[in-house]
Ligand binder design. Sequence first.
Ligand SMILES: Cc1ncc(COP(=O)(O)O)c(C=O)c1O
Length: 391
Amino acid sequence: MAHIAERESELPDSIIDLLIEVVSERPDVLSLGAGVPDFDPPAAITAALKRIGGEAGHYSSPGGIPALREAIARKVRKDNHIRADPGQVIVTCGSQEGILVAAACTLDAGEQALIPDPGFLGYLPVAELFTAAPVPYVLREEHGFEPDVDAMRRQVDPRKTKLLIINSPANPTGAVFRRSALEDIADLAIEHDLTILSDEAYEKIVYDGAKHVSIASLNGMAGRTITLQTFSKSYAMGGYRLGYAIAPPGLADAMKKARVYTTVSAPTISQLLGLTALKLPQRHITAMVREYDRRRKLIVRRLNELDLRTLMPKGAFYAFAGIQHLGVPSQRFALDLLKAKVAVVPGREFGSAGEGYIRCSYATKYGRIEAALDRMERFLARYRPRRAQSS
Ligand SMILES: Cc1ncc(COP(=O)(O)O)c(C=O)c1O
């Protein structure tokens, strides 16, 4: 019989696989589950794809094609105030590969990584793959899902904690960390000599005048921060698998070395398209964000009207709705709701502090959100009396 490593069996089973399968096979289900933009990539990307085609048949260097690395270095300097030269840029197959390579280069066996809870479900398994220990820090609704840095400080083991992962704008909560919170995190990192992994996948998707601040732009932080950004959200290019990391020089070299053993280089065709994307005017991002904003207001209003308490997210495209008062585990709730033909992601998927919530993505058309909420309203009406009978 084929041998399967124990490590694999310890990786968490995700209900997301089931949700993706159900949604792709059952068009009758309205999905608020997906974490991918429903927009098409800009037309200029599709046009460039035809033009570039045959020129992209070779590997690039592990760090990425030089023209793209230069364009990224200019982009992060202008948009994020991060001073980096092109040698500090590592182009990756999406930020998911960036998380993997960053963990490989910063965590030895038995060392610890502080990870957000609730937080993106890619962090915990990646730390575990390298036999490091993920240590969840709780993001509480009463703090607007921003970190409590004093509580984080108490979780630091001075010998073992090496990496601190932050994600703002955040999946699944939609929080955008204020500069003051990032300054407190920066102080903690300096105090305990921690490396920071700042996942900025949703950097361009912010509302109500919220400002995305890259922690690497704060005083003294560029030398200890890996910044991850991606083309998947801002340019709706998830299928092209293109992201990048900016790291301090020595660490950037280590990451380039490590990524030779993951994918060698990001697909050359995607890199050439990334170069096209970075030259585009910001108009299409602005238009996309405006539409997300309209949907955000709709979904948050309707969820609150349904008594599912939901903070107004300041970024990304997720509403994180409270179901604590219903007294059912979030996974049970999501599976029952699926029978009513609406897909959402149970909060438990994002860590134990996500229990009591569901994540509703509004990266789906306005009309479908309205229809999904109508179905949820009917579902909840049926659900409540049933609960009353059983209690
Ligand atoms: C917070 C966060 N980080 C990283 C990713 C991975 O994105 P990609 O690998 O497509 O760049 C996602 C995808 O949903 C995400 O939500």
